[in-house]
Design a protein around this ligand. Structure first.
Ligand code: HEM
Length: 190
C-alpha cells in the first residue's frame, strides 16, 4: 500500500520558516523532540512520510505559543516566495494576482507533477466570480486549508496586493471539500 508521502521541499521550507521566526536553535530542538520515521536532513526532491511533517508541526506547537491553524497560515505566507524561487516560471508573464491564482492548478502544479510524477499537489478549482473575486475549491486528503489561506495571502503579497479570504465551507466542519471566497485588491506596482 502506498503510504502518504510529502515532498521534501515542504519540510525544507518549514525548517526555514521556523528558523526565520524563532531561530536555528528552536528548529534543532523541534527535530530532536519530534518522533520521526526519517532521520533528516530533508532534501527538496525526495519524499518523506507525511506523518513526519505532522510530527514536526506538533513538536513546533509544543515550543511556540500558537494554535495549529495560525501556525499553518503563517507558514503558508512564508511558503509562496520559497516555492516561486524553486520555480521562477510560475510567475513568468503573470501581472495580476487573480490570473496567477487561476494558473496554479492547471500550470504550476501541473508542471510540478510533470517534474515529479510522485508529487501529490492539491486540486484547486478556481471560479471567476467577479472583477476582483474568485471562488476557490480546495480538494486534498491532507485538509491543509489553513495553509492554503496563508498561501493565498502570501501570493497576493508577491503582487503588491492583498487577498481577503472567507472560508465558506470546510472539511473540518463536515463539508466534502473547502471553499474560499477570495477578494483581491488592485496590486501596487513596486
Ligand atoms: C509558485 C510555485 C508553486 C510551486 C512550485 C508549488 C509546488 C508544490 C509542491 C511541490 C507541493 C507538495 C506536493 C507534495 O508533497 O506531494 C505543493 C503543495 C501545496 N500547494 Fe503548491 N506550489 C506553488 C504554488 C502554490 C500556490 C500559489 C498555492 C495556493 C494559492 C499552492 C497551494 C498548495 C497547497 C495548499 C499545498 C499543500 C498540499 C495539500 O494541501 O495537499 N501552491 N505545492
Amino acid at each position: 500500500m502506498k503510504t502518504p508521502a510529502m515532498k521534501g521541499s515542504m519540510f525544507k521550507h518549514f525548517g526555514s520558516f521556523v528558523q526565520a521566526e524563532w531561530g536555528d536553535e528552536l528548529w534543532e530542538e523541534v527535530l530532536e523532540t519530534a518522533e520521526l520515521e526519517t532521520a533528516g536532513p530533508f532534501l527538496g526532491p525526495a519524499n518523506y512520510p507525511e506523518g513526519d511533517l505532522l510530527a514536526i508541526f506538533g513538536a513546533t506547537l509544543r515550543k511556540v505559543d500558537k494554535p495549529l491553524p495560525e501556525l499553518l497560515r503563517s507558514f503558508g505566507r512564508h511558503l509562496v516566495p520559497q516555492f516561486t524561487q524553486d520555480m521562477p516560471a510560475a510567475l513568468e508573464g503573470r501581472s495580476e494576482i487573480k490570473e496567477f491564482l487561476m494558473s496554479v492548478d492547471g500550470f504550476v502544479h501541473a508542471e510540478v507533477q510533470k517534474l515529479h510524477p510522485d508529487a501529490q499537489p492539491p486540486k484547486l478549482v478556481c471560479e471567476d466570480v467577479g472583477r476582483s473575486e474568485l471562488e476557490i475549491h480546495y480538494h486534498s486528503p491532507r485538509q491543509f486549508c489553513h495553509l492554503l489561506h496563508g498561501m493565498l495571502e502570501g501570493a497576493a503579497e508577491l503582487f503588491g496586493s492583498t487577498a481577503a479570504c472567507e472560508e465558506t465551507a470546510c472539511t473540518h466542519k463536515g463539508a466534502s471539500h473547502c471553499t474560499f471566497h477570495v477578494t483581491v485588491s488592485e496590486g501596487v506596482a513596486s
